[in-house]
Design a protein around this ligand. Structure first.
Ligand SMILES: [Zn+2]
Length: 314
């Protein structure tokens, strides 16, 4: 039995490495990784890298992802990490790739697991966030036990109506886009038109159950439609592994399906007149039950969709 188990482990490892029958999961152990394989840096284009750090509770492990773009004139980072130590570790990894300084960081998600490290940002790093995220952070700053997150925040456009800001850093074109409210309300994506790389942050999670604590579910579905129109070769998720481009495209479709299914299930219960406390017990997630976070995120999603249907989201 023990021998069979170790053979199975070996098989998992070999298939993971060869890329055949890649185990679709966000969990490092299920994928056959060691925790020591992270943080992991991957080169996804000649000047573009992803950074994955493993986070979560002991029995729910997954990666938090950032992207960094190395230009002739410095570095742009998309999304931070969840603690000052984690941010310093990422900056140390960037320094191994280039001696050039980080000039800009885009706050694509304002949630703490992507922003709590920002207190360790070196001075001179320009932090870009959507006005909705700035408002979210200001609210959080007043809450007890919340570190002050943002030293300086610049809006993506010169006005609220402007949803795209194009940056030319060292000859590299970098587009920061707001496609609408999705996971946080201030969701930004970073798109490199020449390299065709798209960092989606938490609009897309690779094989994690839809997280809706502060989401706008119906608007999120509209955001997916806009996201799919962007000409991208490589689509990078905010959590879950940075897999090969083909796998990630498939997983984006699966994530859209899962979000749609979660909204449909909550709407079904709502329309049947089931009270929300009862609905969280009755909800059925089908194929998405096995996804990381379904037990903790399922009830949160139900409550959020109920709020939206009841007109409580502004
Ligand atoms: Zn997150």
């Amino acid at each position: 039995m023990k021998k069979l188990f170790s053979l199975m482990m070996l098989f998992t490892l070999v298939t993971a490495v060869s890329g055949q029958a890649l185990k679709r999961t966000a969990d490092p152990k299920e994928r056959g990784y060691q925790e020591s394989d992270f943080p992991r840096v991957q080169k996804v284009a000649p000047n573009v890298y992803t950074y994955e750090a493993v986070v979560g509770s002991p029995n729910e492990r997954y990666t938090t992802n950032s992207m960094f773009v190395v230009t002739k004139d410095g570095v742009l980072v998309a999304d931070g990490q969840g603690s000052p130590e984690a941010l310093r570790l990422m900056f140390a990894a960037i320094a191994k790739i280039t001696p050039l300084p980080v000039k800009m960081m885009v706050m694509c998600s304002d949630h703490g697991d992507h922003t709590n490290g920002n207190t360790a940002l070196p001075t001179g790093v320009e932090l870009i966030a959507h006005p909705n995220s700035r408002a979210n952070l200001e609210r959080q700053a007043n809450a007890p036990n919340r570190p002050a997150t943002a030293p300086k925040i610049v809006m993506p456009g010169s006005s609220l109506a402007q949803d795209k800001r194009v940056i030319k850093m060292g000859g590299t074109e970098i587009q920061i886009q707001f496609l609408g409210r999705a996971h946080t309300g201030g969701d930004l994506v970073v798109y490199l038109p020449k390299e065709k790389v798209l960092f989606t942050s938490e609009i897309f999670l690779n094989h994690l159950f839809p997280a809706m604590r502060s989401a706008y579910p119906a608007e999120w579905m509209q955001v997916f439609r806009k996201l799919q129109k962007i000409d991208a070769r490589m689509i990078i998720p905010g959590h879950g592994f940075v897999d090969d481009p083909k796998t990630l495209k498939e997983e984006l479709q699966a994530y859209i399906r899962s979000t749609e299914a979660v909204i449909a299930e909550a709407t079904r219960l709502h329309n049947a007149g089931i009270p929300v406390d009862e609905a969280v017990k009755q909800a059925k997630w089908g194929e998405f039950t096995s996804w990381s976070g379904s037990a903790s995120q399922g009830p949160i999603a139900i409550r959020r969709v109920y709020d939206e249907l009841d007109g409580k989201l502004r």
